[in-house]
Design a protein around this ligand. Structure first.
Ligand code: NAD
Length: 437
């Protein structure tokens, strides 16, 4: 597990906003638009009393932030983690605003979470907590208001409970209130792997530019959860050598590469990351080195994929990164202080608001299908995702070439332009502002 580094920013939201200042110079938008993005529109903090299996009441703290809704309802995940706090949720909501704009989705940005270690709860406690939280924030969410989704340590099962609770609360069947649901409750085919698939499509576009051979390209993935497993699986199927993976307890390294379907099977069966090779249901341990999460980041590999939490690459370790390409599947894995060090060292970064945008894109597809009451095949979902990822990858890439700037700044330029255009199109609304809309 990455230890908090001395160079990690203390205020994640303020650090995240620094990206706007750099992009502003190229985005040609009114400074007032920038000022609006510095302040989340709505932030709520709720207490969530839950009856534990022991019969006692425990009170948890939950958050939901709608950062901006100029381009549409808020959209963003819900995180269950002991370190969730308002500041982190604000930063994550801000990134969602920018990500939805980069992908040209009709959404603003939002995020939420509960300060909890879900591994300490029984399944029934987790369900009571999830349902109670939705009760607390029910007035702040809705298909036209703010649409939650899964994030770290939340999954389709939890989204299904939450959707059901919202429907009970409103006495309406409203599947579009939440995305990332189980398929029988209105989830979209392809949503579970969408974040990893989107990142994979970005890597394939970059591969075309660089002309490398997948079979001779090594990859390390930090975080072997939903997003990390999906991107590792797709790259492995393509011939890439996945030489290291990790989870919260640490990592494994093998220079010949791992058979990723075996690692996924073992992790899902035992909830432990193990170096194994499986044939049918039979898994055998294979030789591999045990490494820490810090060591994984500093490995001699071609592609590094942080897919766990934010702030893992800071000014303290940026100089030690040896990969030539860094694909930010996690949100905010590189601090703004670390970014220039990586750029100076010729590390090519595919930024989070593009690289992990496959998840929210298929969440958008799910919302569309729920509202239309008409469902697509997995093939249709994946095809539409490919078109979206390719289009926006090239839009960002072209901006980076046109201004000779890195991909992160270019992605923020694109986001700012689109948000600025929407604000301008709203006309004088806020100029003569004397009432709340
Ligand atoms: P997940 O809960 O499915 O997996 C998280 C993984 O990270 C687990 O394997 C966990 O063991 C590991 N982990 C946790 N703490 C760690 C630590 N300190 N060091 C190393 N590994 C650690 O979560 P996920 O949905 O895969 O999300 C991972 C990242 O991707 C997050 O930053 C999330 O915001 C981002 N993301 C997810 C989605 C999505 O659709 N799920 C979309 C966009 C971005």
């Amino acid at each position: 597990m990455p230890t908090p580094s001395s160079a990690a920013p203390t205020n994640l939201f303020e650090d995240a906003l620094k990206n706007l200042d750099e992009a502003f110079a190229y985005a040609e938008i009114h400074p007032e638009a920038l000022e609006r993005l510095r302040h989340p529109r709505t932030s709520i903090e709720v207490s969530i009393p839950v009856r534990m299996d022991s019969g006692e009441i425990r009170v948890f703290r939950g958050y939901r932030v709608r950062h901006d809704d100029t381009r549409g309802p808020g959209k963003g995940g819900l995180r269950f983690h002991p370190k969730v706090d308002m500041n982190e949720v604000k930063a994550l909501a801000f990134w969602m605003t920018c990500k939805c704009a980069v992908m040209d989705l009709p959404f603003g940005g939002a995020k939420g979470g509960i300060e909890v270690d879900p591994k300490e709860l029984s399944k029934l406690e987790l369900e009571r907590l999830s349902r109670r939280f939705i009760h607390r924030i029910a007035d702040f969410i809705g298909p036209d208001l703010d649409v939650p989704a899964p994030d770290v340590y939340t999954n389709p099962m939890i989204m299904g409970w939450m959707m059901d609770e919202y429907c009970k609360f409103t006495r309406r069947h409203t599947p579009a209130v939440i995305t990332g649901k189980p398929i029988p409750l209105g989830g979209s085919l392809g949503r579970n792997e969408a974040t990893g698939r989107g990142a994979y499509f970005c890597i394939k576009e970059h591969e075309l530019h660089r002309g490398w051979d997948p079979k001779r390209t090594t990859v390390a993935v930090q975080g072997f959860g939903n997003a990390g497993q999906a991107v590792a699986q797709l790259l492995h199927a393509d011939g890439y050598q996945i030489v290291a993976v990790s989870d919260s307890r640490g990592g494994i390294y093998r220079k010949e590469g791992f058979h990723i379907p075996s690692l996924i099977q073992a992790k899902n069966d035992t909830r432990r990351l193990q170096a194994v090779y499986c044939q049918n249901k039979l898994c055998k341990l294979i030789e591999a080195d045990t490494i820490t999460n810090e060591e994984l980041l500093e490995l001699e590999v071609d592609i590094l994929i942080p897919a766990a939490l934010e702030n893992v690459i800071t000014e303290d370790n940026a100089d030690k990164i040896k990969a030539h390409t860094l694909v930010e599947v996690a949100n905010g894995p590189v601090t703004t202080g670390a970014s220039p060090i990586l750029t100076k060292n010729d590390v090519y970064i595919i930024p989070d608001i593009l690289a992990n945008a496959g998840g929210v894109t298929v969440s958008y597809f799910e919302w569309v299908q729920n509202r239309a009451g008409f469902y697509w095949t997995e093939e249709e979902v994946n095809k539409r995702l490919l078109v979206k990822m390719r289009t926006e990858f090239h839009n960002v890439y072209d901006i980076s070439l046109a201004h000779d700037i890195d991909m992160r700044t270019a992605a923020y330029v694109l986001a700012l332009k689109r948000i600025g255009e929407a604000l301008t199109a709203q006309g004088t609304k806020d100029y003569f502002f004397d009432g709340v809309v």
